[in-house]
Write a protein that binds this ligand. Structure first.
Ligand code: SAH
Ligand code: SF4
Length: 412
């Protein structure tokens, strides 16, 4: 079992909660990234501002922080010059630390990041012709032990905070140069209109990095609220997908309280194989999982549930498996699409990827039943861009080597 001492897991039935929203820092300052406007307001009051001032300043800070991407109070031109040093003294606008930044020949970018208390996690950006998808992590490691997943071999260190989750999206916008320009005046509507989605590189977010997002429900929800807030990062919930390995008791709340698209890591169509490769299946079986999908709030033909299916040679890839997948989707009348993911091997993994012919045959069977079943092109293979792989590779590097690379990343 993973060692979860640093942050006890409240039983696998419950998501892991993190009661403190403000992580104490050694220098005594408070990191405002990850906090909603109402909380920033409270904190400003606690630090000494009167209610009216705190309200106004929290609105301004919220806008600069999440909508404009400010990393320093000095940039907040509509906050008086005399107040900015006071803010600098009490608060920071943090970002995750970059340990390593890699750029694949196919355009995929991958970052190995680190929390302030020294835990590594990762984030991947995958550009396509018509979209750019950021793959965001929710935990350092994972309590679940899916046998094909490199993250599953790591112990869970801790949940990421809302700031560390939304911080990934903010860091990606920094790196891609995608914060809106303009006159920076929030009272000016014409200026606000400069914030357009068209032409942007980062258009979609998937919660498919390290960790099980539904075991860190509160923090993921709070972070995604900031991402979806029109006054915040302003990304539509239709462009956000949360992937779960099947934490059935949290799925309805995910639909109700977050409202994003759902992806389910199905990977097998019978109990025997799914119990083995996605062990949470022993707790929440296929019938329960598919029923929760059928009940998922907001799912419709226009907003389908994605079933992820990793293609493992001689394990889950037969024609019979494909037919069974179709039968299950029809039995539960699911508005579904299937993503076939070629297995990306990692050092020590016990599986091989199915042959291209096998994947094609599987895909054809699902397609012929009227269900979309594209085969995902492996991306960023030259930089180990699959879940959990960069971190595993980086753990083998020396400290000096990492420091050198971090310095180079800063200079980029
Ligand atoms: N814990 C969540 C989200 C993170 S994993 C979940 O399991 O859904 C997201 C996806 O990464 C999984 O569905 C799996 O398909 C994919 N994945 C993990 N390891 C992989 C590998 N070695 N090759 C291909 N896909 C992998
Ligand atoms: Fe955790 Fe998802 Fe990997 Fe399974 S596939 S070990 S749930 S990150």
């Amino acid at each position: 079992m993973p060692d979860t001492n640093l942050m006890p897991i409240a039983g696998l039935d419950n998501p892991v909660t993190t009661p403190r929203d403000v992580t104490p820092r050694e220098d005594g300052r408070i990191d405002l990234v990850g906090l909603p406007q109402a909380r920033i307001c409270e904190i400003l009051e606690e630090a000494g501002l009167d209610t009216k001032q705190a309200k106004l300043r929290s609105k301004q800070i919220f806008h600069w922080l999440y909508h404009r991407g400010a990393t320093e109070f000095a940039d907040m031109t509509d906050i008086s010059k005399t107040m900015r040093p006071w803010m600098e003294e009490h608060f920071i606008l943090g970002r995750p630390n970059i340990i390593e930044a890699q750029h694949s020949t196919d355009g995929t970018r991958k970052w190995l990041l680190q929390t302030d208390d020294g835990h590594d996690f990762e984030m991947v950006f995958i550009p396509d012709a018509d979209r750019g998808t950021l793959c965001v992590s929710s935990q350092v490691g994972c309590t679940l032990n899916c046998t094909f997943c490199a993250t599953g071999t790591m112990r869970l260190v801790r949940n990421l905070t809302p700031g560390e989750i939304v911080g990934q999206v903010m860091l990606a916008r920094d790196a891609l140069g995608e914060w809106p320009k303009g006159k920076m005046d929030i009272s000016d509507e014409a200026d606000a209109a400069e914030y357009r989605a068209d032409g942007r590189l980062l258009t979609n977010i998937v919660m498919m990095g390290m960790g099980e997002p539904l075991y860190n429900f509160d923090n993921v929800r709070d972070a995604l609220k900031l991402v979806m807030d029109g006054h915040g990062l302003a990304l539509s919930k239709r462009r956000i997908t949360l992937s779960t390995s099947g934490v059935v008791p949290m799925m309805a709340r995910c639909g109700e309280e977050i409202g994003v698209n759902l992806a389910v890591s199905l990977h097998a169509v019978n109990k025997e194989v799914r119990d083995e490769i996605v062990p949470i299946n022993r707790k929440y079986g296929l019938e329960e999982l598919l029923q929760a999908c059928a009940d998922y709030p907001g799912a419709s033909n226009a907003r389908r549930i994605t079933f992820e299916y990793v293609m493992l040679k001689d394990k889950n890839d037969s024609d019979a498996d494909a037919h069974e997948l179709v039968r299950l989707i029809k039995q539960y009348d699911l508005p579904a699409k299937v993503n076939l993911i070629p297995f990306n091997p990692w050092p020590g993994s016990a599986y091989e990827c199915s042959t291209p012919e096998r994947i094609k045959s599987f895909s054809n069977i699902v397609f012929e039943a009227g269900i979309s079943a594209p085969v995902r092109t492996p991306r960023g293979r030259d930089i180990d861009a699959a879940c959990g792989q960069l971190k595993t590779a980086a753990e083998k590097k020396s400290r000096a080597e990492r420091d050198r690379e971090a310095a180079a990343a800063d200079a980029e």
